[in-house]
Design a protein around this ligand. Sequence first.
Ligand code: XMP
Length: 554
Amino acid sequence: MAAEHILILDFGSQTTALIGRRIRELGIYGEIIPGDSALSEEILDGVKGIILSGSPESVNGSGLKADRRIYECNLPLLGICYGLHLMTVDLGGAVQPLPAREAGGVEVRIGDRPPADMKSPNWDAMAFFSGFLWRDDLNLWNLLMNKKSLSRLNVWMSHSDSITKLANNFVEIGTSAKGYPAIVYHREKPWFGVQFHPEVSHCERGAELLGAFVRDVCHCAANWSVKSYLEETLGTLKQKAADRTVLLLISGGIDSTVAAALLLKALPAKNIHLMYMDTGLMRKNETAAVKQTLESLGAQNIHIIQCQDEFLSALSGVETPEAKRKIIGDMFIKIQEREVERLALPKDYILAQGTLYTDLIESGKGVGSKAHTIKTHHNVGTPLVEAKRAAGALLEPLDKLYKDEVRLLGALLSLDDEVLHRHPFPGPGLAVRILGEVNSEKCEALREADSIFIEELKKRRNPLTQKTLYNEIWQAFAVLLPVRSVGVSGDERKYGWVLSLRAVTSADGMTAGVYNFNMNDIIEISTRITNEVPAIGRVVYDVSSKPPATIEWE
Ligand code: XMP
């Protein structure tokens, strides 16, 4: 019997992963599967409730359909946006395109009558609505007597279709500003639907809504934790890999480092090969630091591939960001295949990588067959990875985790704070932080400047919080602009490069704000950089938030 969990049917919405995330925050496990999966006994084992996600498609068009077993298996259902539309058309209602989209923040008016048929109350509906709409008034009798209620809710919507006829036995309890059904429930069954996205952080009471569903309606046990994940994963790794050779591709980032720590804890170190490419586009001393970390974890087979020249000559003369990314992606694949061949591992070796849950979902792998690809992560789909996946010889031990959980897991595996709280670094490395053409002199100048910037951020503290500036900032780095400007050095005129410093605050990199430096800090850091890096003549600070800018410049 599988552990209790919530099943999330993914119809391709960009925010499906967030549904799982919110539920996970309650200590409850949510399994995301393609929306059109056949719901076998095996899949339904341990399931306490089903959430139907949103989708960029229309139910009247080419959108996926859910297995009709969802209506027969006696489980609570919550339809979100498209998920609600699907329930509506499946159960006798209708959905039509709107004259104009409802998108962004929308006010929903809540009906002022309790959500129950007074003669035979739907207790699940009472529990659900008192969990987020009437949570201040937990006495159900007060609720029945139409006592205090929340009359308006500021939610987050993104839809171009809407319900024009409710499904049979459904009741509307919330209505959007434009008059469309926003919250509905079934008179008798524990079935609910919302037109908005409760998983999005700026949806008022969204987390409470999901919490009320999984806890108060589904009664799902809260027994998920990173610690339990660790124990379970160690067992699975031992069972899957046993005595086989495992090759893990290391990028130097936190994900692959935690994956390495996990493999080294579960399996004999002699069987584990760790391969890392020094592309010449890394930060200062990065390769040495990666090696040291892996050694401290007990790694015995570390393969550092020195391929700086290959990357730099492939990038020579190339100026546009797209061309640079493509060259780097292709080069990664080429060198990876060549070097793996050279290692001459046993034919049946297992390939491992530190893919996260969000990587898989964002790149459309393992989720709905029509899921929209948002970002292509180079590690998810190289030919080598695909071949190993097809052969059932791919291990992705972090594939159920979100980023912050990987940090917790790393801490349980005794990784250094320094490694766990390192700022993110893009796969294409310094190539996307040197605007225009990349060459080794520019890499060298940027590496030096960036390292001074980071060193200073680690030294300086915010007097109010006592945290180092490095720990207050989500991501900081330097960018070399393809611009030179005039300056003076001693008595001479100097024509040096312009460097931009970037420091942002963020929760997940999806949006970002500019870090509000004390001006003295930024002036002192700039002075140190221009004194110590002769190629740089001028320093500027980037004050653009995301959106409209992105975090990286290319
Ligand atoms: P943007 O620039 O899109 O970045 O606002 C959001 C976050 O993603 C990182 N980033 C990348 N990471 N490969 C990666 O592995 C990439 O091509 C890439 N581009 C951006 C960026 O550093 C930030 O943390």
